[in-house]
Each structure stands twice: as structure tokens, then as C-alpha cells.
Ligand binder design. Sequence first.
Ligand SMILES: Cc1cc2nc3c(=O)[nH]c(=O)nc-3n(C[C@H](O)[C@H](O)[C@H](O)COP(=O)(O)OP(=O)(O)OC[C@H]3O[C@@H](n4cnc5c(N)ncnc54)[C@H](O)[C@@H]3O)c2cc1C
Length: 378
Amino acid sequence: MDFFLQEDQRIFQATFRKFAEREIAPLVEEAEETETFPLQIFPQMGKLGYLCPRYSEKYGGAGIDKVSEVLMREEISRVSQGIASTWSAHSHLGTFPVYHWGSEEQKQKYLVPAIRGEKIFAFGLTEPNAGSDVKAIETTARQEGNFYVLNGRKIFITNGNICDFLTLVAYTDRGRGYKGISLFLVEKGTPRFIVSRKLKKEGVRSSETAELLFEDCRIPKENRIGEEGSFYRVMETLNEGRIGVAGNCVGMAHGAYEAALRYAQERVQFGRPIAHFQAIAFKLADMAMEIDASRLLTLRAAWLMDQGKNPVKEASMAKLFASEVAVRVSREAMQIHGGYGQMREFPVGRFHRDALVYVVGEGTSEIQRQIIAKQMKI
Ligand SMILES: Cc1cc2nc3c(=O)[nH]c(=O)nc-3n(C[C@H](O)[C@H](O)[C@H](O)COP(=O)(O)OP(=O)(O)OC[C@H]3O[C@@H](n4cnc5c(N)ncnc54)[C@H](O)[C@@H]3O)c2cc1C
């Protein structure tokens, strides 16, 4: 067993860390305040191969392994989970089905400009009456000649209001149960594809989120991704996504821990830095231990994926543990900051608000426990 990263993985992580600190960090405060994603960062990331980096060089990707992607996610989230959230909806959720099951024409038309950062992707699954219960979606795609006619509503869609392309999950045949769920590409500007509202959120404020509406919206039949009946493809997209999100959660926890450590070493009370009080030092020790444990679970799941396995249980364990650790660690980081933890000039409150999104987003903690128990055949 080898716990060391390979040299190329270490170099990739160090290079991306510098980029995140130099190019992304200065954008965070304004983006959070205005609740607006800083669009200028995407072409910049695209040029450097930092968008959709898992995909083949043939389409402009960097062809990196899952372990490297997880390391990259840790670095971006250490700086801003809001920006990471937009990156993730684009670089994974929205584009993954096109990369894996799309036609060559779809890849050239939609994927290539997305990898360059010229176009933005979103992924539309969740609906007002269907969150954890994916099969309960009500959006339909009815075939009429050379078109599909879309009807339905999607909610909580990351990038929904800023996207150029949306990967949409809809029923083509309700009679077939979940086997009648299919995937489609919808372009911005298609008549009757409506962004009904941008949503105001507690967490990930620099990532934009919207509610979408489809009212007899006609798209060409060539915009279906793969065959009709793609439920397992949706599940595959979500499963690999969980490992990525676990990496994001490690990054948030790491960012909050670093801020708390710095503060505890500088803040003097009763004549010494508060880090020298055992109560604070033990908090920091527990935080470091939990982050390490979540990083190991995450890297194991990513490594298994790189070995060609399908680590469903390990992906859910990593996502569940890392997201709950991010909540606990950021909460303790706020406590260590005392009253300053409530002040927006310090980043720990943001880390905590953002971490709370990820015990819900991309599958709640309760659903992760269900998946793990099912995999254990309980
Ligand atoms: C900021 C943000 C961004 C998002 N981005 C996207 C996106 O880009 N695309 C997209 O499609 N979706 C997106 N989502 C949606 C997200 O994936 C869902 O919010 C999540 O899957 C939970 O669904 P829900 O909110 O409807 O909660 P519900 O499913 O209604 O759950 C409510 C509560 O009930 C619990 N619960 C539900 N069923 C069970 C059960 N069987 N057993 C035990 N407990 C249960 C849940 O764990 C939870 O605690 C986003 C959400 C957020 C908050």
C-alpha cells in the first residue's frame, strides 16, 4: 500500500494551488457580496486546461485521473466553494453525460467550447416535487416528429440562469417507470425555455442558482443524449460526482482549519495566544484528524475509480463523511474566532454556510446512509 501521491499529481496540485490563490481568491469577496459568479475566470481556466480536466485531450481536456481531480477540487474549495460549485456543475454534472454518451457531433458542438470556457453548462434534475426521489420527476419530453416537446419545472439548478447549455433529465415514457427517464441538451435562447427566477441562497453565494420552466419547449431530436432510457447514466453521473464533492468538502474543511489555526496563534487572551490553551489546541487537533480521515476516504474512492472499479459504497462514505466533517470543522473554526467568527471580514462563517449546502446537495446525508446500507445488503 502506497500513501504517497505520484510526482505528477503533487506537481498538478501545487500548480493549481498557486493559480487558485493568485487568480481566484481576489475575486471571492465581491462575488459573494453581489451573489454573482465572476464569469471572466472561466476562459482563463479553460486556456490552462482547468475546466473539465478529466476529459480527453482530443476535446481539449487535460485527461487527468480522478485522484488529481479530487486534489484540484480540494484547492478550489479551500479558496471558494461558491466558485467550486459553478465549476463542478460545469466540469462534471452538465458535461459528463455528453462526454460519455453524447454523439461526436454533440461533443464538437457543446463539449469543446465548454472545455475552452467559452460556454457554460448546467445540469437539470431536481424539481419542486422531486429531490432525493429522482424517479418522481414530472418533466416530460414527448416526441413529435423530428422534435421533443419539453414540459416541466426544475429547481435549485446551479448555473441555471448563466448557462449556455443545459443537460436536462426528463421522462420520455412514464409507462416504463424509471427506465423511461432520458437525457437531453437544451440551448439557451430556445423559445419557451424560461429562467423563472434566480434564487437567493444562504451558502455558495458566488455560485448562481435558478428555477427553470419548460412550456411546450421544442428541441431537435438530435439533442437527446444517448438512447431513450438513461436512468443508470444519471446515477453514474451522480456517483462519480459524489467523489468529487467529497474533495470539495475536504477543501472547505481545510480552508476553515487554516483560518482557525492562524487566528488561534495570533489572538492573545489572558496573556498568551489562545492556541496555547488546551481547550483550543485539542479542538485544532480533532479538526486536523477529521480532515485527514475525510481526505483518506476521498482519495481511496478516487483511486478505486482510477483502477476501473465502480466504488458506489466508498463514494457515498467519502461524500457523507467529508461533508459532515466540513460542517463540524467550520463550526469549530467559528467558535475559535469568538465574536470575530460572526464577522464577514473573516472567511470562517462563509465556509460554514457553504459546508451546510453539501450535507444536502448532490444527495443528502440521509440518502448517502441509505446507499451505504443498501450496498452492505442490510
Ligand atoms: C445550492 C444547491 C445547488 C444545487 N444544484 C443542483 C443542480 O445543479 N442540479 C440539480 O439537479 N439539483 C441541484 N440541487 C438539488 C439537490 O441535489 C437537492 O436539494 C438534494 O438532492 C435534496 O433534494 P431536496 O432538496 O428536494 O430534499 P428532499 O429530498 O425533499 O429531502 C428533504 C429531507 O428529507 C430527507 N429524506 C428524503 N427522503 C428520505 C428517505 N427516503 N429517508 C430518509 N430521509 C429522507 C432528506 O435527507 C432531507 O433531509 C442543488 C441544491 C442546492 C441546495
